[in-house]
Design a binder for this molecule. Structure first.
Ligand code: ZN
Length: 339
């Protein structure tokens, strides 16, 4: 993108064209006039990317300080997913203009990134050399996708479990840090790199903690985005492994998604889920299917290297395993991924 002199606006236009290729709704002119997509040089702003519905049925905006990177291209698709939801349920009464549940809203753009990030798609839009289709590329792709999805599950769970324990009064302020790192150890399998005490407040480094945004939405959406992906890939009669599916240019997939988004929150979420997937539950089948080639590969690697799986339960030196390394990398990147 840098070589091709992409600008922030061109990245947003690219994301918009992904939605319109599926016969979904284009972002209106007001969106392009009023959004803030580059960091302004005349004032300080909060750069954390967010999408906004001004609730007057015509004003929808994104606020983001865009850099020309792959991460930001995927973030743009995520934020444009929120805008698409706003546009689809615009005719609902105000009280139904929200996601079927809060995880649905977070899943829409993520579903798009599952297609956008595929090597095939990047080749189609001229961002990756033609002919890169070997098994190594496939595993690299799946490993990268797992870091931004599978790897976030224990992170999200630990964060929200901690907040639940704090608000329920089970943990008092004298033990906030201890509980934080106990959960990190137990669920994520990582330890603080330096000594931490109750004088520190690591949870406060998270945008969603200081901004009081719920976090279970990211845990749930990570599972349901694969259910949506599979449903849309079935709608376009995709053949081959699920992770190679690209819903670009598929009005059938767009129709499946759009008709569910139009419901907003006017129906209970299991009804909305059933409309798009035929299932009434949040299920892990699709995410398991998507990553099964990687799962097989990791099991072989672990056997080959004689890795011990897991880590010690009590505090003490955590066992160094392939998974442990992955979660460490995830810890470092997860703050960039979760919006
Ligand atoms: Zn979001």
């Amino acid at each position: 993108m840098v070589d091709q002199n992409y600008t922030a606006e061109e990245m947003f236009r690219l994301a918009d064209s992904f939605f319109t290729s599926m016969d979904l709704i284009a972002a209106p002119q007001e969106f392009w006039d009023e959004s803030m997509i580059v960091r302004p040089d005349d004032r300080d702003v909060v750069c954390h990317a967010t999408a906004w519905d001004f609730s007057n049925r015509k004003d929808f905006r994104i606020k983001m300080c865009t850099d020309v990177t792959m991460d930001d291209l995927l973030t743009i698709h995520h934020e444009m997913g929120h805008i698409q939801y706003y546009l689809q349920y615009v005719d609902q009464p105000i009280s139904f203009r929200s996601g079927a549940n809060i995880a649905f809203h977070e899943a829409v753009g993520e579903v798009m990134t599952l297609s956008v990030a595929t090597p095939d798609h990047l080749q189609k839009i001229g961002l990756l050399e033609q002919g890169v289709n070997d098994p190594e590329t496939e595993i690299n792709f799946l490993l990268k996708m797992s870091l931004s999805t599978i790897g976030t599950l224990p992170f999200s769970l630990a964060l929200e479990q901690w907040r639940w324990d704090v608000f329920s009064g089970e943990v008092n302020s004298a033990n906030w840090m201890k509980r934080w790192w106990d959960l990190k150890h137990e669920l994520v399998g990582v330890k603080a790199p330096v000594n931490r005490t109750e004088d520190d407040f690591d949870p406060g480094a998270m945008f969603h903690i200081v901004g009081d945004y719920s976090f279970m939405r990211y845990y749930m959406r990570t599972i349901i985005q694969f259910q949506f992906h599979k449903a849309m890939c079935d709608a376009k009669n995709h053949e081959g492994p699920l992770h190679t599916c690209d819903i670009y240019n598929s009005p059938q997939a767009g129709d499946k998604l759009g008709s569910m988004l139009q419901l907003g929150s006017s129906q209970p979420w299991p009804d909305a889920m059933e409309q798009i997937t035929g299932q009434r539950d949040i299920k892990a089948d699709a995410i398991m299917e998507y990553f099964s080639p990687l799962n097989t590969w990791l099991q072989e690697q672990n056997k080959l290297m004689d890795e011990q799986i897991g880590w010690e339960e009590a505090s003490g030196a955590a066992t160094r395993t392939v998974f442990y390394i992955i979660t460490l990398i995830t810890m470092a990147t997860v703050a960039l991924i979760l919006f």
